[in-house]
Design a protein around this ligand. Structure first.
Ligand SMILES: Cc1cc2nc3c(=O)[nH]c(=O)nc-3n(C[C@H](O)[C@H](O)[C@H](O)COP(=O)(O)O)c2cc1C
Length: 157
């Protein structure tokens, strides 16, 4: 099975999870780049506002999801919702994503992943085969590694 992990990460936390999943599944990664500057305090405030207002953005990414049997889409939770970059990725690639198997994962401080997954499901018009949420505290006691192993078992059947 050819698997792609498409992810957006502002500060590297989601990227760390995406790279670990890709290593374990021997899957390819496609980093989604948000062309809007999200750095610094102002970037943070605008990011939260854009997510709340369910805005899309301009993105870059390299791989075509059409060429894969399963796409795992990852990103952080912003304002209890999906980031503009992931919203744009799902919207732009809806046709290819609807034709294949999809799974979602999110990293977050502590809450909001469920409403984020619901937003993604609504945009796509399709349920993921699995979801995984990694909380900030999961990195302290290596809990994230257990969650990743469970997620991999669910998606890789
Ligand atoms: C604009 C903004 C809004 C956020 N909103 C939430 C939130 O609603 N709930 C939460 O638990 N964490 C929230 N966070 C924290 C991030 O989801 C968390 O730190 C995530 O792991 C960052 O991933 P990244 O390093 O891949 O960007 C927010 C972060 C940012 C920048």
């Amino acid at each position: 099975m050819k698997i792609l992990i498409a992810y957006y990460s502002r500060t590297g936390i989601t990227k760390k999870v995406a790279l670990l999943i890709s290593k374990k599944l021997k899957a390819q990664c496609d980093e989604i780049i948000d062309k809007k500057d999200r750095s610094g305090a102002l970037g943070w405030i605008i990011a939260g506002k854009d997510a709340t207002q369910k805005r899309t953005t301009e993105i870059n990414h390299k791989k075509n999801p059409k060429n894969y049997d399963m796409i795992i889409i990852g990103g952080p939770v912003w304002s209890w919702d999906v980031t503009p970059a992931v919203r744009t990725y799902v919207t732009n690639n809806k046709k290819s994503l609807k034709a294949t198997r999809v799974a979602f994962f999110a990293t977050q401080g502590s809450s909001g992943a469920e409403t984020k997954f619901e937003s993604m499901r609504k945009i796509l018009g399709k349920k993921p085969i699995a979801t995984m949420t990694i909380n900030g505290k999961d990195f302290k006691d290596e809990e994230y590694k257990k969650k990743i192993d469970e997620f991999i078992t669910t998606v890789n059947f």
